[in-house]
Every structure is written in structure tokens, then in C-alpha cells.
Design a protein around this ligand. Structure first.
Ligand SMILES: Nc1ncnc2c1ncn2[C@@H]1O[C@H](COP(=O)(O)OP(=O)(O)OP(=O)(O)O)[C@@H](O)[C@H]1O
Ligand SMILES: [Mg+2]
Length: 233
């Protein structure tokens, strides 16, 4: 079977303001099979976030290819890429960006307020309830972000990132997460990792998770270490 994600000779060079261009990703090739939970580790500046952005189509490579579900991202124009991402790729960003004037529930429902998705209310309600339960946030449903702990805020942001996925009961999606458990204690980290892992197992999702934490990598089917934009062996 063809891999879910196929990366070939990928390079991303930043010219920046420094004296030398920086190859954040340097001739990297990698196949990610459908359903795999891949952890990406490596020191600060090794290219982890850059790699995630390239896979998500949020940044353009200097050279090389990213193929997702058989589609080479380089062949899509901006509009096609936006549609492709909406249908095929979910991203969990590190920053929470919860809206302070909205409750936990309303924050989780934010993706549908943007109006790109036509999902009936019963399905949305069921998805919110399911996510609140699985992220152990039921008791915070009607609370505002400034009354939530850091871990609860992060879990609410992850629930929001997974709303469409749950409401449409999608299978075989690609989910990318940049330090989803950053700065959390191990109990919070386990709640999130268990959910992400179960999405691979129950729905055949493919998960690429950037992390500094060996405890997160323990959940992964495979771990790669980046060093200077390359896979270190
Ligand atoms: N927009 C940019 N302009 C110039 N250089 C950049 C840019 N983004 C990243 N870089 C450089 O590319 C390299 C890789 O950065 P990247 O953010 O991918 O690292 P990272 O592995 O995610 O690090 P961290 O663990 O600190 O988040 C770094 O040397 C960084 O300075
Ligand atoms: Mg990073």
C-alpha cells in the first residue's frame, strides 16, 4: 500500500538576516504509513516545526516533494491547497489561542463558526460531549479560559482541533501536532497521548507528533531524531 505521507529529498533553506543561509530541512526523505504514530524528536533548532509545516503545506519547500494521500502538494495552487488541507490534514498548534470571552464549549465549537463546515447540531453536540469526556473536561464545559488551569486550557485547545474530526466521524486522517503536551505534567500528558494514540488505533489516523519528551515518544510506533535538518541514525 502506498504510504500516507511520502517525503522525498526535502530541503527548506531560510535566508534570514544572518550571514549564512540556514538549511532547516536538508535532503530529508521519509515515508509514513497509514495509521502510524510517528514521534519527531531532536534538539531546539533541528527543524522539527519546519518539517511539520512543510508536511501541512503551510510552508513551501526550497526543493523536494511532499506527497499526501497520493497528491504532491507542489502541484496544488493556493486555493486547491487550502481545500486539500481542510479535507485531509489536521494541525494541533502549540499555542492555545482560546478566546477569553467564550466558554470551553464555545471555544471548542469555534471551527464551525468559521462557516466552512455544514454539520448538523446533534452531531456537533455529540462530538463536543465525547471530546469533553475523553479529555476529562466535562466539569469545565461552561467555564471561561481564565478560570482554567494551564493543562485544562491546553486540553480545550486540543478538543477544538479535533472537533471536525469527531463531528464527521472521519477515518484515515493525517493529524500533525507540535509539542501538544508542552509544559504539562505527566497526568495531563497521558490524557492527551492516550487520546491521540487511540485515534490511530480506532480510526486508522496517521499521527506526526513533535515532542521533547521521551514519555510521549513511548506512545509512538516509531521515533525519528532530527539533527541539523536531517534524520540522525
Ligand atoms: N522563518 C524563519 N526564518 C529564518 N530562519 C528560520 C525560520 N524558521 C526557522 N528558522 C531556522 O530554522 C531552523 C529550524 O527551526 P525550527 O523552528 O524548525 O526548529 P525546531 O526543531 O522546531 O526547534 P524548537 O525545538 O526550538 O521548537 C532554526 O535554525 C531556525 O532558526
Ligand atoms: Mg519547534
Amino acid at each position: 500500500m502506498e504510504p500516507h505521507v511520502s517525503i522525498k529529498n526535502l530541503r527548506k533553506v531560510f535566508n534570514g538576516n544572518g550571514p549564512e543561509p540556514v538549511a532547516a530541512i536538508d535532503d530529508l526523505s521519509l515515508d509514513i504509513p497509514q495509521g502510524q504514530f510517528l514521534a519527531v524528536m531532536g534538539p531546539s533548532g533541528s527543524g522539527k516545526t519546519t518539517l511539520l509545516h512543510l508536511i501541512a503545506g503551510l510552508a513551501q519547500p526550497t526543493s523536494g516533494d511532499v506527497v499526501v494521500n497520493g497528491t504532491n502538494l507542489a502541484t496544488l495552487n493556493d486555493h486547491q491547497l487550502t481545500l486539500f488541507r481542510r479535507q485531509n490534514i489536521g494541525v494541533i498548534f502549540q499555542s492555545f489561542n482560546l478566546i477569553p470571552t467564550l466558554t470551553t464549549e464555545e471555544n471548542i465549537l469555534l471551527p464551525v463558526l468559521a462557516g466552512f463546515h455544514d454539520i448538523d447540531k446533534a452531531k456537533l453536540d455529540a462530538a463536543v460531549t465525547q471530546l469533553l469526556e475523553r479529555l476529562q473536561l466535562d466539569h469545565r464545559r461552561n467555564h471561561y479560559p481564565d478560570t482554567l488551569s494551564g493543562g485544562e486550557q491546553q486540553r480545550a485547545a486540543i478538543a477544538r482541533a479535533l472537533l471536525i474530526d469527531f463531528a464527521t466521524d472521519s477515518h484515515g486522517s493525517l493529524l500533525l501536532a507540535d509539542e501538544p503536551t508542552g509544559n504539562l505534567d505527566s497526568a495531563n500528558s497521558d490524557i492527551i497521548c492516550n487520546l491521540l494514540k487511540s485515534l490511530c488505533q480506532e480510526r486508522n489516523h496517521t499521527m506526526v507528533v513533535v515532542t521533547h519528551e521521551p514519555s510521549v515518544a513511548n506512545y509512538a510506533d516509531r521515533v525519528i531524531h532530527l539533527k541539523d535538518g536531517r534524520i540522525a541514525d
